[in-house]
Design a protein around this ligand. Structure first.
Ligand SMILES: *[C@@H]1O[C@H](CO)[C@@H](O)[C@H](O)[C@H]1NC(C)=O
Ligand SMILES: *[C@@H]1O[C@H](CO)[C@@H](O)[C@H](O)[C@H]1NC(C)=O
Ligand SMILES: *[C@@H]1O[C@H](CO)[C@@H](O)[C@H](O)[C@H]1NC(C)=O
Ligand SMILES: *[C@@H]1O[C@H](CO)[C@@H](O)[C@H](O)[C@H]1NC(C)=O
Ligand SMILES: *[C@@H]1O[C@H](CO)[C@@H](O)[C@H](O)[C@H]1NC(C)=O
Ligand SMILES: *[C@@H]1O[C@H](CO)[C@@H](O)[C@H](O)[C@H]1NC(C)=O
Ligand SMILES: *[C@@H]1O[C@H](CO)[C@@H](O)[C@H](O)[C@H]1NC(C)=O
Ligand SMILES: *[C@@H]1O[C@H](CO)[C@@H](O)[C@H](O)[C@H]1NC(C)=O
Ligand SMILES: *[C@@H]1O[C@H](CO)[C@@H](O)[C@H](O)[C@H]1NC(C)=O
Length: 895
């Protein structure tokens, strides 16, 4: 009793604010057995960055340094520092040490006493340290274990009952084994596009929080509609480690444009059976007060602040959290049709074709993945390419708050995988329990974002099991039961509980959606085109033949490899001889088994590569690989878009999504990305700007050589009286031999077949030569306009393989370079040609920037385009740096 009186007296006398003491900054680092001592470290950070900064290892992204640093994660590293605690802080009833992210296995010591243990990089760890602190200097130590060693030990333990593959990656990956045993970025042990860097470190913020009663831990919201009202469903989660009860009131302030809505709600909550203290509330208001949030291309991305303030009853401290809310509804529509189920998203009631790509981790070093400059550059590139959805792929990390904030602002919907990929996974008690912690933390953290569209249980693991990737067929029932236990009973159950059954969830990508559920979660054919989403890769068939591609409801992955630019390769080696497709260096960076051979074969279908002994063979290979990459993805994407609202005679189609693999890179290497690790665009990224345009005109040649010309519109309203111009050019002339116009009305959100004819008859008829030879003499060029303005990017169709056609060798030149804006570094570039030129490619060398278009085909004598430099430059400097090339550039054919 006397204690209580004293306590309340103190409360009235001193400030009882919630206190946060950030522990980030300079720390120290040592190797546990004493090999390295007293190194300088930065927190948040990671071991590779710290060792680089100490000069102990070189730049890990350079040369063979991924190989020479393999010892790093095999050691045990300890991060430590001292910090000062004052009297004020120590008075708080609750004092916690909070790690927003620890990678991964660590024992945490405060003043030499163990305060907790960690095992999951995706969990926020909160340790009660009140009794461990003293006024003045305190010491904290985070003793990490080698993740490779831990993974191996866990696997040994697991194998005592049964084996859970994937055990080790293919040799080409040059990676580490048993990453499926641990809750760490799965790609950190290597992937077919990335190096093995199993980092350890404090990769997110670390701080002390102190409070008397409680603090708001998360505010998680979603929006639904109720007739003419928006309903904001709010879950406010409170910290509750020492207090079983939280009493006080919560103030919600929703700042709308013309009105502020406030609600004060009393709270008296106790810890629920899920170890949470949560207040669920609703704020409802007329739709007139808020502008709905739309995906990129469909409207604005209005966001409103919701400020939540908790004032406890028995103390004067307050805690506040703000979330930004976008008002929108989202549905995943899976309606029965004669041939299976549809699979598409409706936002605000409008069916939307999802255009975008797959995002792999922003960086393979998790601390570098927080870099806002890089995130902004990448998401802006996606936005500029008309992307409205990115899939955050399940072998990486749940990205930073900033990533999702920016996605909200740009209208880029996120398909969020849970972090499980291409493997089977354990289901022991400890594993499932840390997965539950992970799901709780990540879903509460992320689900408020307007951009978050759907969660998926994993990447490809339903297929791993059904299609027997790792020889698990003879024990199928065991693995299936494990699969259901992990993704359905654990993750899905927890996800639906947290989202009050309103969150969208599919058990895997790809899956058959609802059909997968009906088949007990491991469908007969997880990649069926009649249900759900599909991943499709084929490196054997001619990738320019659109008849090889499936006709799915939703293509969530598809891709081809290419090499990064010569310039980018030179940024990771200082030996120019390394840049040879057959060098040890290039082989070391090609992780995809047979990757180079596949690229070469696909190139050989279309083009004639120079002789291998020609002096510029490597340059040609790089450039040709990018052409092949860009055109293949263009052809495949346009194929998917052309099936919008169209079913073929098998009942396939109504395709409503095209997310190609992959947006970005984690090192300079041959990969599937459109943007390389230096941020430089490959040809694919330029093409994406065009093939994802709201309106496209595209040609498809069917197996009978009928050319079908489609115009696809994603617009919400019709466009009347549009003119499609179909021009036929002979390869040896810049004057069209024939040109015709087709006038059409475009319906909203629809694909239109506007014309079709046998291409050989057509070309022969229009003056391209005899029936058998016409296809080699001409190219067909499309444009689409209304009232004289282009409303879609120009397009073309190659009637035959280029290597068999009579394409002339053009002389393409840069004629003029003119500064347009000295403040924004914009330059106008004039180019000329004397013949039709294919895949004209400009490069500004070391000057960072982008062209208004690139990799295009040129059917007129001149063209003007723009270069947007990202650095200060001059006309002279740019002129000196600029190069231009085309498919038949003589430089490639010099012996
Ligand atoms: C990688 O390192 C191992 C062991 O040091 C060595 O045997 C191997 O040759 C190296 N590989 C390359 C490509 O440097
Ligand atoms: C790391 O620490 C663990 C636990 O103390 C120990 O078993 C292991 O041998 C250590 N590994 C190395 C490489 O020092
Ligand atoms: C940290 O504090 C301990 C005592 O708590 C002291 O022995 C040590 O020298 C301090 N280290 C640094 C780097 O200040
Ligand atoms: C929505 O409006 C309809 C018709 O006005 C009414 O019948 C229905 O009860 C309303 N729904 C709710 C949940 O208020
Ligand atoms: C809402 O409240 C904020 C903060 O008090 C104030 O700045 C703003 O003007 C208010 N807006 C409206 C529309 O009343
Ligand atoms: C983020 O990346 C940019 C671009 O590479 C770089 O200039 C900057 O130094 C990085 N910032 C941090 C904090 O590492
Ligand atoms: C440069 O690279 C070539 C090809 O990879 C290799 O044969 C040569 O040894 C390298 N030279 C040096 C100095 O590393
Ligand atoms: C359609 O466009 C053509 C060409 O711009 C124009 O001549 C014609 O008047 C337009 N027709 C209608 C109905 O707008
Ligand atoms: C561009 O080509 C056209 C003919 O195609 C010609 O009239 C014009 O003068 C050329 N312009 C330049 C800048 O070369």
């Amino acid at each position: 009793m006397s204690f209580l009186i004293l306590y309340f007296t103190l409360l009235l006398t001193y400030c009882n604010c919630l206190q946060i003491q950030n522990l980030g900054g300079k720390w120290s680092l040592k190797e546990a057995s004493g090999k390295y001592v007293d190194l300088e470290a930065t927190v948040p950070g990671g071991i590779y960055t710290d060792l680089m900064n100490n000069g102990i290892i070189g730049d890990v992204f350079f040369g063979f340094n991924d190989n020479t640093t393999k010892w790093v994660p095999r050691l045990n590293w300890t991060y430590y520092t001292n910090f000062t605690v004052d009297e004020e802080l120590l008075k708080s009833e609750n004092i916690n040490l909070v790690f927003d992210g620890l990678d991964t296995f660590a024992n945490v010591y405060v003043n030499n006493e163990n305060v907790g243990e960690t095992q999951n990089m995706f969990v926020q760890y909160i340790f009660d340290i009140k009794k461990r602190l003293k006024i003045g200097e305190n010491k904290i130590e985070v003793r990490f274990l080698s993740p490779i060693e831990v993974a191996e030990n866990l696997d040994t333990e697991q194998k005592k009952s049964y084996n859970i593959p994937l055990n080790c990656p293919p040799d080409e990956y040059n990676g580490e084994c048993h990453v499926n045993m641990i809750r760490k970025m799965q790609a950190s042990f290597s992937w077919d596009w990335g190096p093995s860097f199993p980092s350890v470190g404090i990769w997110k913020d670390v701080y002390i929080e102190a409070y008397h009663v409680s603090t708001i831990r998360y505010v998680a919201v979603d929006t639904t509609e109720n007739n003419n009202s928006w309903v904001l469903n709010i879950d406010t989660y409170f910290a509750g480690n020492a207090h079983q009860e939280v009493e006080g009131d919560v103030l919600y302030e929703l700042r709308l444009t013309t009105v502020n809505i406030t609600r004060r709600i009393p709270v008296a909550q106790t810890i629920n059976e899920y170890n949470e203290i949560v207040l669920s509330s609703i704020v409802e208001f007329s739709k007139d007060y808020a502008v709905p949030w739309w995906p990129n291309g469909y409207g604005a991305q209005d966001l409103y602040d919701l400020i939540v303030t908790f004032t406890p009853k028995s103390a004067t401290e307050v805690s506040t959290k703000t979330v930004r809310v976008g008002f929108r509804t989202i549905e995943l529509v899976q309606d029965t049709i004669s041939s299976g189920l549809t699979f598409y998203f409706k936002v605000n009631g409008v069916p939307i074709f999802m255009k975008g790509s797959n995002e792999i981790p922003i960086d393979i070093l998790p601390e570098k993945g927080q870099n806002k400059t890089i995130i902004k550059r990448l998401l802006t590139d996606a936005y500029d390419a008309h992307m409205n959805m990115l899939r955050v792929w399940g072998g990486g990390v749940y990205e930073s708050d900033y990533f999702y904030d920016l996605a909200d602002e740009l209208g880029i919907l996120i398909w969020q995988d849970f972090m499980f990929a291409c493997s089977l996974y354990p289901v022991n008690e400890n594993y499932l329990s840390t997965v539950v912690d992970e799901v709780r933390h990540q879903v509460k953290r992320l689900r408020s974002h307007a951009s978050i569209a759907i969660f998926s249980g994993n990447n490809e693991n339903e297929g791993v099991l059904r299609d027997n990737w790792y020889g698990t067929q003879n024990n199928f029932e065991q693995y299936k039961s494990d699969y259901v236990k992990l993704y359905i009973d654990t993750i899905r159950t927890e996800f639906l509980r947290l989202t009050h059954d309103r969150g969208l969830f599919v058990s895997s990508s790809p899956s058959n959606g609802k059909e997968t559920e009906e088949e007990g979660y491991v469908a007969e054919q997880p990649s069926s085109t009649f249900y759900g989403d599909v991943h499709y890769y084929n490196y054997v068939f001619d990738s320019f033949d659109s008849n090889i591609y499936p006709v799915p409801r939703f293509a969530s992955e598809y891709g081809y490899q290419s090499l990064p630019s010569f310039e980018s390769l030179l940024s990771v080696t200082d030996n120019a001889s390394d840049i040879d497709i057959n060098s040890d260096f290039m082989n070391h960076r090609q992780h995809h088994p047979s990757g180079n051979g596949q690229m070469q074969m696909l190139i050989d279908y279309q083009f004639t590569l120079p002789a291998t002994n020609s002096s510029n063979y490597s340059k040609a290979f790089i450039y040709y690989s990018q052409i092949l990459h860009a055109l293949s993805i263009k052809i495949e994407t346009e194929h998917y878009r052309r099936y919008r609202g169209i079913l073929n005679d098998k009942g396939q189609g109504n395709t409503m999504g095209a997310l190609y693999w992959q947006l970005n890179d984690v090192w300079i290497a041959p990969t599937w990305s459109g943007i390389d690790y230096n941020g430089k665009w490959k040809m694919l990224q330029y093409y994406a700007n065009e093939f994802f345009s709201p309106i496209i005109i595209t040609g498809h040649m069917n197996i009978e050589r009928t050319l079908e010309i489609y115009v696809v519109s994603d617009l919400l309203s019709p466009v009347f009286n549009v003119t499609a111009t179909i021009e036929t050019y002979k390869w040896d002339s810049l004057e069209a031999v024939f040109s015709e116009d087709v006038t059409i009305d475009l319906e909203a959100g629809k694909s239109h077949l506007i014309d079709s004819f046998n291409i050989d008859d057509y070309l022969s008829d229009k003056g391209c030569g005899s029936l058998s030879d016409a296809k080699n003499n001409c190219v067909i060029y499309f444009s689409l306009h209304k009232k004289g303005f282009d409303i879609a990017p120009d397009n073309f169709i190659l009637p035959n393989k280029v290597k068999d056609s009579n394409v002339k060798q053009p002389n393409v030149q840069i004629e003029t370079v003119k500064e347009i804006s000295s403040e924004e570094y914009i330059y106008e570039i004039g180019i000329t040609t004397n013949e039709i030129a294919l895949f004209v490619w400009l490069d500004a060398g070391k000057i960072r920037g982008k062209f208004s278009e690139n990799g295009f085909i040129l059917v007129s004598a001149n063209r003007t385009l723009y270069f947007y430099s990202e650095q200060s430059t001059t006309e002279e400097e740019l002129q000196g740096a600029l190069t231009i090339t085309n498919l038949l550039d003589p430089q490639y054919f010099v012996e």
